[in-house]
Ligand binder design. Structure first.
Ligand code: CO
Length: 454
């Protein structure tokens, strides 16, 4: 996870291609199950802030990492962007990424709506690559169970994904919420019910992650996600080195060479100084204990506090803590994952400041209308009516797959980038990020200077 989630979680996704390249060949030899090195926020940040071509990064990494499968994180129909793209774009993106070197596509949807995974899944299968489908891990209460996110929810969802054709399943716990005993129960049940491999992804955020991995390993999990020590812990993954040491001589011995891992870590330390400014050093603690109390993902909490501080009403945070679960329930208890977590959080704050649903965002209207997909629970009918009252698309939500409403986009984008884009990768960069992506392409081909961007 070091080359994607590690620096995305700790260093604002700022790691440069040259620094990845300096360690890639050594990582290739370490014997990892796979190396996640692409996707997620890396695409956006590379073109927006680093003036680097993500497709070139992929080409280079594949050359340096020929033996270990390369993995990427794909946000279902959102690809590596922030909205739903038309099916022709999804298919073109997946086949280009597969052609340039991605072996394992890890695909998730923020609402766990499997219909949003379907087009990407089919595209991955037709390229002959591994399609790993995810369930976003979320909670109804402090532990697994309750009305929505109980053991049956996860097992039933996993069976749906397996029947769709998933090659493997990942429980994706982006907020680091999974407790050790829940990890054991969940993995045990999944291993009993599924025939495909089960992988666990969590973050160290709450401090429980290493304990949860150990319990998941006891329960028979096939793969767990880790990062090399300098890019581990805090809001990133558990570190690989202590886990490898802990499992030595047990039936789950990883067989990985600890001294080789330590050497890789030393190399990362030598380049890490360059990125230190991006590390959050505001607190002494490397864990976020408020996650344990409120189950609110760390990033979401930061946004809430910023929003309240800006309005000069930080003292009303306790009211927001009370309002948040209520809003979430009324909205169908969605997982608190980007971008849904922002929509829910902003609404909870507005409800406290201006009265319940007196002010609603367009994003909330889109969500209630069904443009993000189907939430795990029902949306409160009164809230639905209030939110959609003056909505431009109508008052009756859609029930179908959101992307069915989208017209093909590829041909139009090819037209719009004529004379600029030189291959399908360039066209996709433009579709994903029409403003910053176009600036990037113009700079790449010397049609615009870096100054012009500012
Ligand atoms: Co993650």
């Amino acid at each position: 996870m070091t080359l994607r989630d590690g620096h995305q979680s700790l260093l604002a996704t700022r790691m440069r291609t040259a620094d990845m390249a300096s360690i890639a060949a050594e990582m290739n030899k370490a014997g990892f199950y796979s190396i996640e090195a692409w996707g997620g926020a890396t695409f956006d940040v590379a073109t927006r802030f680093l003036n680097e071509d993500p497709w070139e990064r992929l080409r280079l990494l594949k050359k340096l990492i020929p033996d270990t499968p390369l993995q990427m994180l794909l946000r279902g129909q959102n690809l590596v962007g922030y909205r739903h793209y038309a099916d022709d774009v999804v298919t073109a993106f997946v086949s280009h990424a597969a052609r340039l070197g991605i072996d394992v596509f890890r695909i998730f949807d923020a609402l766990n709506d499997e219909r949003n995974l379907k087009t990407a899944l089919d595209a991955v299968k037709s390229c002959g690559k591994q399609a790993q489908l995810c369930i976003c891990y979320s909670l109804t209460g402090p532990k697994m169970g309750g009305a929505i996110y109980n053991l049956d929810y996860y097992v039933n969802k996993a069976l749906v994904l397996q029947n769709m054709g998933a090659d493997s399943l990942c429980i994706k716990d982006m907020a680091g919420l999974i407790a050790p005993d829940d990890a054991y129960r969940l993995i045990k049940a999944l291993k009993r019910e599924l025939r495909i491999q089960v992988q666990l992804h969590t973050h160290y955020t709450s401090g429980m992650a290493s304990m949860s991995y150990l319990k998941a390993i006891e329960a028979g999990v096939d793969v767990v996600d880790t990062a090399l020590a300098p890019f581990a812990l805090r809001s990133s993954q558990p570190a690989i080195e202590p886990l490898v040491a802990a499992l030595q001589g047990t039936p789950r011995d990883t067989g990985l060479d600890l001294s080789q891992l330590v050497r890789l870590g030393q190399h990362l330390e030598s380049i890490g100084a360059r990125y230190r400014q991006f590390l959050d050093t505001t607190r002494l603690a490397v864990i976020d204990t408020s996650v344990l109390v409120h189950q609110i993902p760390g990033g979401m909490l930061t946004n809430l506090v910023a929003q309240l501080r800006e309005a000069g009403v930080l003292d009303r945070i306790d009211e927001v803590y009370k309002e948040l679960p209520r809003v979430r329930k009324e909205l169908g208890t969605p997982p608190l994952v980007t971008p849904i977590s922002q929509i829910v959080g902003v609404q909870a704050v507005q409800n406290v400041l201006f009265g319940r649903y007196k002010m609603v965002s367009t994003q909330l209207q889109d969500y209630v209308y069904g443009l993000y997909g189907r939430p795990p629970g029902p949306i409160d009918p009164d809230v639905q009516k209030t939110v959609l009252k003056n909505y431009k698309r109508g008052q009756t939500p859609i029930t179908g797959r959101p992307a069915d409403l989208l017209e093909p986009e590829l041909a139009g984008a090819e037209q719009a980038t004529r004379g600029i884009a030189r291959d399908i990768g360039d066209v996709l960069t433009y579709i994903l990020f029409p403003t910053t992506g176009l600036h990037f392409l113009k700079q790449k081909y010397g049609l615009e200077t870096a100054e012009a961007k500012a």
